[in-house]
Write a protein that binds this ligand. Sequence first.
Ligand code: DAH
Length: 340
Amino acid sequence: MLEKIEKLTAEIESLQVANAEELEVLRIKYLSKKGEIPLLFNDFRNVPNEQKKEIGQKLNVLKTFATDKINALREAFDEKKNDDDTIDLTRSAAPTPLGTRHPISLVREEIINIFSRLGFTLAEGPEVEDDWHVFGAMNFADDHPARDMQDTFFIQRNPADVLLRTHTSSVQSRVMENSQPPIRIICPGRVYRNEAISYRAHCFFHQVEALYVDKNVSFTDLKQVLLYFAREMFGPETQIRLRPSYFPFTEPSAEMDISCNLCGGKGCAFCKNTGWVEILGCGMVDPNVLEACGIDSKQYTGYALGMGIERITNLKYRVKDLRMFSENDVRFLEEFESAH
Ligand code: DAH
């Protein structure tokens, strides 16, 4: 009997199972009513009295050991089974939701692409600027209203005025100061103005500036580039119209309208029945600006143009409220998913 108990103990100790069926077979073999251990208990009757105490104890230990072992195997097996259930290896990896690009970024890239096809290269300048690069070198009179606190955010007043640039024309002066013609640059960036915020004005917005300075640059060159830009941006049917205007840094100056891209020029509420919408300012670089930046105005001429990116974006996507651009409302931003 003792031998049998020892043999069974060793056997049970080394038990391994691969699945639930195997485990059940073992449970029946050792622990069911007719299993090996209950049969030993049946034989216990025949054990001589003087051995009953010792053998009885050992039998009980064996039974507990076998029960624990079978339970432990079942638990290990159940855990494995649960793991298998939660990991579905046939499922595709968790999808990472893709963000969308901001409409201002989309339009900025498009403008840059159009100009880079004409040989313009990217230039950037600081948003925190000084009076000279924003106004002085750009031929603004000392008493020009743009220099007023009402229009411009000043960080530090005299002696050296430090301010937030009000236009990207400041990049023109920085580039011309540091290089000689031919200069052909496109400068996108954020600008700041001291405006009350409403659906059509904001204290910051974005502009793109283009500048071309070389020998024999004429207004005709400017006009051709403007027409190319308008048609690339708004479609091949687009017409342009130039109206005389004034900017301190260009002479002559003009504002450009495109034929209304909503009604095709017939006249609608959007273009106030004129058939035209304004999109940018431009002109021939004033010789004073060239000279202020160290470029010989007798040898070189140039043209410049500047436009608001929000304005172009409005024309392309009809965003009615400027504030939408800076509110980060995901529902608005997701609208531009298909524009990528
Ligand atoms: N700087 C002007 C503005 O902020 C836009 C502009 C007009 C830029 C004419 C130019 C230009 O380069 O030639 O309104």
